[in-house]
Design a protein around this ligand. Structure first.
Ligand code: ASP
Ligand code: MG
Length: 476
């Protein structure tokens, strides 16, 4: 079970998380993985950067604030003086370590990737002992464990990758005995260590990854990511009010949705458990009576094949075109080697067979850089009119219709575009990968809501399908 930053956001949240873990542990062996308290990692990184610019005092202020926040939570969790002072002393040692790291950074005016990891990981190292103490208050045996003892990684600071063989061995020898004697280990998310024992982090938001790595290492029956939303929704509820929680989706669909900006798991999180086929639940720790979403290798097939919709708004459309590009074979190659040179991530590409125009989508933050580079690359072709225009349109958005089982079902594209036509939504560009689990189209930003509403209704995504019920969780 992994608890995210909001699920351990204050004393009351931590108590709730502890209760959830404790209840589950009556029936199953449970390993808990925790994030830092919400917002803490950002503030630690801010402190590290203040220290790097020599602003010792500002860094100190951040730490003073963090001490207060943790102290308040701890005081509410452990009213009894003796227990309280034992955990408080452990937290104090971690704070002092962080303050020393910031002092060193300020002195050198240099923040190495290694030190940045050491500072940004403090939040998890602080939350794990608190969550463990809260579980202890409920009368369960528990121990707080730093993941540097468990997750062996490469040396890529800020985005380390696990070395699974060693991680498996460490987890078996360190966690299995605790489980066997009925204790609940509480492990720091987000971090690991190199072979030499140097702390690394798995990248921002990496605690989910910690959970699937440890789940895979211990051959867990399932992994539950406790967060503040009720699973994966059929669309963004701020735009589509009758969006609902999808009971079950496949790894593939979850990855597709994450790629297109839905707030799901990072695809690499699922890669860790894909070969073992371990199901991953996304559930709401503030409404544990709800089942949430189960992510499984197959997903659950339903009639229409469409599972969810997602939209990305902060993107821009770039077009390179003109009649002169017909039959000029290197325009496509030069266009995309230019985007690669400027490290622009291309989200969608579309070229019609008349070859008049290549258009593609990049994040708006990459757009200007990309267009400038293209204008330079094609300067000569523009001058002799081979390429007529290189344009940029930031007022567009991508909408994606996702579902693994739409593969081979004719008419999904037809229904999508008819629904958009009836809603008067103009389609600027279309792309469907040959994997057929995603149809993406580009519309004006102002039309996103209408496009989502129309397709959500067309595929009946707000209605529970007969084939989806009954769904039962083994752990409610
Ligand atoms: N605390 C880390 C972060 O904010 C890891 C996590 O919460 O998943 O990036
Ligand atoms: Mg997080």
């Amino acid at each position: 079970m992994k608890f995210g930053g909001t699920s351990v956001g204050d004393g009351a949240c931590i108590a709730r998380a502890a209760q959830i873990a404790r209840d589950a542990a009556r029936e199953f062996d449970v390993v808990v993985v925790v994030s830092a308290m919400g917002g803490v990692t950002n503030r630690l990184i801010a402190a590290a950067e203040q220290a790097e610019s020599g602003n010792r005092e500002q860094a100190g202020e951040v730490f003073a604030g963090l001490r207060k926040q943790h102290e308040t939570a701890l005081a509410s969790l452990l009213p009894q003086a003796e227990k309280h002072s034992r955990v408080a002393a452990a937290l104090d040692a971690i704070f002092r370590e962080g303050e020393r790291l910031c002092e060193g950074t300020a002195l050198l005016r240099e923040l190495t990737p290694r030190t940045r990891d050491a500072i940004s990981s403090l939040g998890e190292r602080l939350s794990a002992p608190m969550v463990s103490a809260a579980i202890g208050e409920l009368g369960a045996a528990t121990e707080s464990v730093e993941a540097t003892e468990l997750i062996a990684t490469d040396e890529f600071h800020g985005g380390a990758e696990p070395l699974m063989d060693r991680t498996r061995a460490h987890s078996e020898s360190r966690l299995r005995p605790l489980l066997e004697k009925g204790a609940i280990p509480v492990v720091t998310g987000f971090i690991g260590a190199t072979e030499e024992g140097v702390l690394t982090t798995l990248g921002r938001g990496g605690s989910d990854y910690s959970a699937t790595i440890l789940g895979a290492a211990l051959n867990a029956d399932e992994i539950i990511i406790w967060t503040d939303v009720e699973g994966v929704l059929s669309a963004d509820p701020r735009l589509v009010p009758d969006a609902r929680t999808i009971p079950e989706i496949s790894y593939r669909e979850a990855a597709e949705l994450a790629y297109f900006g839905a707030k799901v798991l990072h695809p690499k999180t699922l890669r860790a458990v894909a070969h073992a086929g371990i199901p991953v639940w996304i559930r709401n720790s503030f409404a544990p009576e709800k089942l949430g979403t189960k992510i499984t290798p197959q997903g659950l097939s339903n009639g229409g094949g469409v599972k969810a919709l997602t939209a990305i708004r902060d993107v821009s459309l770039i077009a390179v075109g003109g009649p002169g590009i017909v039959g000029v074979p290197d325009v496509v190659g030069r266009t995309f080697s230019t985007t690669a040179d400027v490290r622009a991530n291309v989200l969608l590409i579309s070229q019609s067979s008349s070859q008049n125009d290549i258009c593609f989508i990049v994040a708006s933050s990459d757009a200007k850089r990309t267009v400038d580079a293209l204008r330079k690359e094609f300067a000569r072709d523009v001058a002799n009119e081979k390429v007529e225009h290189i344009t940029l349109d930031p007022t567009i958005a991508i909408v994606a219709v996702v579902g693994e089982n739409m593969r081979g079902i004719p008419g999904v594209a037809g229904r999508t575009f008819s629904a958009l036509g009836r809603a008067n939504v103009n389609i600027v560009a279309i792309a469907q990968g040959s994997s057929e689990c995603n149809i993406s189209f580009v519309v004006a930003e102002k039309d996103v809501k209408a496009a989502l509403d129309a397709t959500h209704r067309e595929f009946g995504l707000s209605v529970q399908k007969a084939s989806e019920s009954p769904v039962t969780a083994s752990h409610d």
